[in-house]
Design a protein. Structure first.
Length: 236
């Protein structure tokens, strides 16, 4: 049984990962700004939900303190929390960028730092996986702020891999068209899939498989793995 921390755990990929690891008997700490009904309906003594008011340094400190009250070691931290929006969502770009920076860089940095003593406790190096985005290297016009902070997250992963060399392995996963939203029309789905080489949704399982690959290969650190059906190279 492993002890696992997952942020952004109330919906979509984060919720899927929580459900998977609980089902296989692991102990999961689900960090979220607001618990969804699906998360609250998971009936397991192995699940601890930690609600935070915002993605800030103090919130990371508080979350780590709660985890340390019951755990002496953490095997896996998945920084999955995300703030996806268009640059034109509101007039104050500074506020949008601050929200994006705090969610994708500041909070993952501080939570990793605060949990580092627990991640170092096992015989093998603990694992941190940051969920970035394939558009961190090819930013979308309407999502420049989001993409830039995801690019910063990828670079941060490399820096932390160096900082914790030999003690904690830090890697990134950059998803592409993994799971359509209910709001996507059939035409939108077809347009998105047409941009990839593998013409299908990846599904959350494709991210899970990559997480487990990283966990099982102790010679990986400081890398980003694109899980996008070849979308990131299809325009070359």
């Amino acid at each position: 049984m492993a002890s696992i921390v997952i942020t952004g755990s109330s919906q979509r990929l984060g919720l899927f990962l929580v459900q998977h690891y609980i089902a296989q008997g692991d102990k999961v700490f689900a960090v979220t700004r607001k618990s969804s009904e699906q998360l609250l309906n998971i009936n397991s003594d192995q699940l601890t939900i930690i609600e935070i008011d915002q993605y800030s340094e103090q919130a990371a400190i508080n979350a780590a303190e709660k985890i340390a009250q019951s755990e002496t070691s953490i095997e896996l931290l998945v920084n999955n929390a995300s703030a996806f929006f268009k640059d034109t969502q509101q007039s104050d770009e500074g506020a949008l960028f601050t929200q994006s920076f705090n969610t994708h860089m500041l909070f993952p940095l501080c939570l990793t730092s605060q949990l580092s003593p627990l991640l170092k406790q096992k015989g093998n190096a603990g694992v941190v996986i940051n969920i970035t985005d394939i558009y961190s290297t090819q930013p979308k016009t309407e999502h420049a702020l989001y993409c830039s902070s995801k690019a910063g997250m990828s670079n941060l992963s490399m820096g932390l891999a160096k900082r914790y060399a030999g003690l904690i392995r830090v890697n990134s996963i950059a998803p592409g068209p993994i799971k359509f939203l209910d709001s996507h029309s059939e035409q939108q789905k077809q347009d998105i899939m047409a941009q990839a080489i593998i013409k299908q949704e990846g599904g959350f399982e494709s991210i899970l498989k990559t997480i487990e690959f990283i966990r099982s290969n102790d010679y990986l650190t400081g890398i980003t793995i694109n899980v996008d059906g070849g979308r990131s190279i299809n325009s070359w």
